[in-house]
Design a protein around this ligand. Sequence first.
Ligand code: HEM
Length: 437
Amino acid sequence: MEAILENKQLQGATGIDLYRWGFRIKNNPLKTYVDMHETFGDMVWMPWPGKTCLFVYHPDLISYVLKENHVNYTKGGQYDELKPLLGEGLLTSEGELWRNERRVMAKQFHNPAIEDYTKIILDVTSRKLNMPSGEFDMAIVFNRLALDLAGQIFFGADVDQFSESISEGLTYEMEKVNERMRSALNFPLAFPTPENMKRRKILKNMDAVVASIMKNPSEGKTNVLSSLMKSGEIPDKQIRDEVLTLLMAGHETTSNLLTWITWYLSLYPSWQTEVREELKLTGKKASELTRKDFVNLPKLRAVIDETLRLMPPVPAFARMTMKPDVIGGIDVPANVTVVCQPWVTQRDGRWWKDPLAWTPERFIDRPVLRDDCTFFPFARGPRSCIGEELARTETVLIIAKLVELYEWTLVPGFVPEPVHHLTLQSKNGMKILLKTV
Ligand code: HEM
């Protein structure tokens, strides 16, 4: 396979260098991704034993893989690590099964459904986002809020009913999946290591919690679980996989986005004022907003997009070639993991002027286009994020509420440390001083 590097257009590492790069990715992925692009260019070939990777950074190459020739790509083996938790849900399934699930699940995220979820978001946010002035770790606040929302929207359950068991279980399981995805050697879950025993217990517990909610689905309130059960379109086991998938895919991503927005708005307080003024001009309180009002909140939406650009909650994701392909004029064999990284492409000076500066105004002049692979925080193509509209709706409503209630600054001396686990988190949280306005 190293022969592929003889082609002058494609660069990458071989021999001991290959392991050096692998080691660097394990230790400091975010910096290493950028260094790889700077060192090798738009296509980087890394033939690690057992897992050959091709990193693609140019928007045309990304578009080819995610859209133009998506039929030749699966999610690939690394998503198998998620299967003990998520089974064959939307994020991990393939082929006909995935197509059917996507069709069924899309109905849960079309406009009328999102309107119903909007009411839940407003209600939960008003009740939960009511801290007095003082110091808070907003990463924790948002994590809990996003979990409350996920509980209501996906399960119709008051999160207190299951929050501790689900939240702790999910955090532990995600941590382990992240470690396993980056490790060359993993014991299968059936192997009785202390870690596996703990994981098995957690998974059993989560199954029990979901099963008990399914036995008494919440009537009267709109939620994905009861709507799927009523529709009878997919069997119960599949419903379990889908709702856990939504919980896993939708809760940490959204809470990380909220956390990074809060950070940028504390670095740029004039933007807090701009967004607050814009909200006042709608003539409504944050808790009265509907999605129709979003068109009158261009600054707030630009703040969200600019944060998604610089701090994408999913900094990297992968596909795998099913058959040999030709990407950017280069022959690529079957079973190669092709990695796309919003983290790198969205910070590339060829597509973004002054790329590392957080300047939301750029999104006021440049609306987000569906086809644009210079900006793809929710991926692109048929396997793009099914929850994009919901995530955007949650984020607009929660940040609107936050600017309405508070002014805030960073706790003096606090510097967040971005880390790439499965999502882009701040390792040391987000220490903020809130002052009610
Ligand atoms: C800011 C928040 C979010 C971001 C940045 C985000 C980003 C992404 C990305 C990049 C993918 C593609 C992943 C891959 O191919 O490996 C994806 C897929 C997915 N997301 Fe999201 N997501 C967010 C919120 C949500 C929410 C709220 C939900 C739940 C409703 C959700 C559910 C999903 C599902 C089910 C998939 C798999 C879709 C499929 O394969 O057909 N996401 N998301």
